[in-house]
Write a protein that binds this ligand. Structure first.
Ligand code: AMP
Length: 213
C-alpha cells in the first residue's frame, strides 16, 4: 500500500503520516526530515541545504529525488510507504511516476489535507518537535514549550517555523505545489479531507476508514 500526503506546511501531513505508519506498519518517508538529517551532518552540502530551507525555498529536485528513490527501493519499503512532503512540484510528480513505473509500483491513495490559512500559521509558528522520537506538539494548543523534556528527548523548534519564513513557504506552496492536486485528481486517487481545530484523531479515523473501504 503506497500513500501520499499533500497539503500546505503545517496542515498536519507529518502527524497523520506517523499515525498511519503506526496503524499499518508501513514507513513514512518525509523529505523534510531526511533533509534536516543532512543539515545536521555538518557537511558542506548540509550547510547549503540549511541556508535554502531557512529561507522557505525548495531544495533542488535532483537531491530530493535521490533521497526518495533510495528509500523506496530499499527493503524497508517492500510492504509500502507513506510519502510526506514529496512531490512538491509537477516535475517531482512526473519523476515519481517514472520511478514507480520502473519498480512496477503505483500510488493508491493521495490525501490532501485542507486547513484554513490562519490556523496553518498558528500550527507552524507554535510547532515544537521532540529531537529524539519526533513527536509533534504545539505551544498554542498544549502545555508543552520549547526546551521541555519528552521521554529521553527535548522539544525543539524548526528554524523555518517563524512567521516570515512560513508566509514564504505558503507562497511557494500555492505557486508550485497546488498544481499537483489536479495531477492526482486526474488519476482518480485523490481524497480531500478537511482539518480543523479539533485535533488530529478525527482525520486519522477518516483516513483509516477510506483505506479500509
Ligand atoms: P517540510 O518538513 O516538509 O515542511 O520541509 C521543510 C523544507 O525542506 C521545505 O521548506 C524545503 O526547503 C525542503 N523540502 C522538503 N521536501 C522538499 C521537496 N520535495 N522538494 C524540495 N524541497 C523540499
Amino acid at each position: 500500500m503506497n500513500i501520499l500526503f499533500l497539503g500546505a506546511p503545517g496542515s498536519g501531513k507529518g502527524t497523520q503520516s506517523k499515525n498511519i505508519e503506526n496503524k499499518f506498519n508501513i514507513p513514512q518517508i518525509s523529505t523534510g526530515d531526511l533533509l534536516r538529517a543532512e543539515t545536521s551532518s555538518g557537511s558542506e552540502m548540509g550547510q547549503e541545504l540549511k541556508r535554502i530551507m531557512s529561507s522557505g525555498q525548495f531544495v533542488s529536485d535532483d537531491i530530493v529525488l535521490q533521497l526518495v528513490s533510495k528509500k523506496i527501493s530499499s527493503s524497508e519499503c517492500e510492504n509500502g510507504f507513506i510519502l510526506d512532503g514529496f512531490p512538491r512540484n509537477l516535475s517531482q510528480a512526473s519523476s515519481l511516476d517514472e520511478l514507480l513505473k520502473s519498480l512496477e509500483l503505483s500510488i493508491e491513495y493521495v490525501f490532501l489535507i485542507d486547513v484554513p490559512t490562519d490556523l496553518i500559521i498558528k500550527r507552524c509558528v507554535g510547532r515544537i518537535t521532540c529531537d529524539t522520537c519526533g513527536k509533534i506538539e504545539n505551544e498554542f494548543f498544549s502545555d508543552f514549550r520549547e526546551g521541555d523534556k519528552c521521554g529521553d528527548g527535548v522539544f525543539v523548534k524548526r528554524v523555518d517555523d517563524n512567521e516570515e519564513t512560513v508566509s514564504n513557504r505558503l507562497k511557494v506552496y500555492s505557486e508550485q505545489t497546488e498544481p499537483i492536486i489536479n495531477f492526482y485528481k486526474k488519476k482518480g486517487v485523490l481524497h480531500r479531507i478537511i482539518g480543523g481545530e479539533d485535533g488530529p484523531q478525527r482525520l486519522t479515523d477518516e483516513i483509516i476508514s477510506i483505506i479500509k473501504n
